[in-house]
Design a protein around this ligand. Structure first.
Ligand code: PLP
Length: 385
């Protein structure tokens, strides 16, 4: 820090220099992110509540009421009456909370062994953090040839040390949805906690299901599902940080309660202490502003762009697509060069695609900031490469 004050102009000039080096969603070139430009209405609400602290909810009664309402409405969307949970910083924190609850429940059973978490290799890397932080033994359930949990192998992995099963509704790398009805039945019949990570899919699948003869079932309507991660800052269009964790039972959330002397409420059930109410306000606003109709439209748009991109890629002879998309994620390889070279060449044209590890492939995510003309320009560059 320098000794003397600087003028605001001077400081902001520097800020602009830094900001100009960031990528912007409006360029349409960010094809590898699950985040997107937040909706302006959400930003307005966010700014309005910037000074609120949900870590001390007695001081911010209105914001605190909004958090309860948001949790109830997201719960309703996920077929649960009277949901418990929080608006948190993201999918990582939501997953940490869920698996911590599962671990506490497991410990109450006086089991001797190291707790075992059954999960697929397609799970988000946040679970690697969790496994390390909570000192859990990971048990990887095999995948089918379609990169989903092989449910025929699941039951054999359950034993008295099993603390929970994780299933994914919208995998980070391919956007695929596990066979959660089957997994739920298995978890329920063995009395095992089932956490569904729908960080991406949670704000898509319920809307895509509308009017469908065979809806994709993944949420609390399945009796084995104990908790769900669902992120407003992905397809909910809320500003970062806005994650969501929903528990089937209040007593699950309350396993996290810690006494909070000198604050306005007796205990806290979040990991974070001081935390912004702005994320809650933005999410509340967007749920009310868009409603089911609005979110369905947003989902339909990204799905139709994904279908379009998929069909265009199918027509390029040297491109091999990894899977048929279920959400707004595509992955492909080419037989003319390896994944890294293709990635670097595309980056040379300014395209920020990402590389998936499992399977090793170029991965693109069609978020709402990506438009049809961006995809057409991308396809031209891809063919040139
Ligand atoms: C994005 C994502 C996460 C992590 O969420 P953050 O908000 O980045 O912490 C977890 N799980 C899945 C399936 C995701 O797609």
């Amino acid at each position: 820090m320098q000794q003397k004050r600087k003028s605001k102009d001077e400081v902001f000039n520097d800020l602009r220099k830094y900001h100009s080096q960031d990528m912007s969603y409006s360029s349409g070139k960010i094809l590898g992110s699950m985040c997107t430009h937040p909706d302006p209405i959400g930003i307005e609400a966010y700014n309005m509540f910037l000074d609120t602290n949900l870590g001390d909810p007695g001081l911010f009664k209105g914001t605190s009421m909004m958090e309860e309402e948001v949790i109830k409405s997201i719960g309703n969307l996920l077929h649960l009456d009277d949901a418990s949970g929080h608006i948190v910083t993201g999918g990582t924190e939501a997953n940490i909370m869920a698996i911590t609850v599962a671990k506490y429940l497991y410990q109450e059973k006086d089991n001797e062994g190291k707790p075992e978490l059954i999960l697929p290799k397609t799970s988000h890397f946040s679970f690697n953090k969790i496994i390390r932080m909570l000192d859990i033994k990971p048990v990887y359930v095999p995948l089918t040839s379609e990169y989903k949990i092989d449910t025929s192998k699941l039951e054999d992995l359950i034993n008295e040390n099993t603390m929970a099963i994780v299933a994914i509704a919208g995998t980070t790398e391919l956007g695929l949805i596990d066979d959660i009805p089957k997994i739920s039945d298995i978890a329920y019949s063995h009395g095992v906690y089932l956490h569904v990570d729908a960080a991406l899919g949670g704000f898509m699948i319920p809307f895509m299901n509308i009017g469908k003869e065979n809806p994709t079932r993944f949420d609390f309507e399945l009796r084995g599902v104990s908790s769900i991660t669902i992120d407003p800052h992905k397809m909910g269009l809320a500003p970062i940080p806005s994650g969501g964790i929903i528990f089937r039972k209040k007593e699950y959330l309350e396993k996290l309660a810690i006494k909070t002397p000198y604050l306005t409420k007796d205990n806290q059930t979040t990991i974070v202490g001081t935390r912004t109410g702005a994320s809650t306000a933005a999410t509340w606003t967007l749920l009310n502003y868009y409603g089911i109709e609005g979110y369905k439209q947003i989902g339909d748009n990204v799905i139709s762009l994904t279908d379009y991109t998929y069909k265009q890629l199918l027509d390029i002879p040297c491109i091999k697509l990894i899977h048929k998309p279920e959400l707004n994620v595509l992955a492909f390889i080419t037989d003319v060069m390896d994944v890294e070279s293709l990635h670097d060449k595309l980056l040379g044209y300014g395209w920020e695609v990402s590389i998936g590890e499992n399977p090793h492939a170029i991965r693109i995510v069609l978020m709402p900031h990506v438009k049809r003309e961006n995809i057409d320009a991308f396809l031209v560059d891809l063919k040139t490469v």
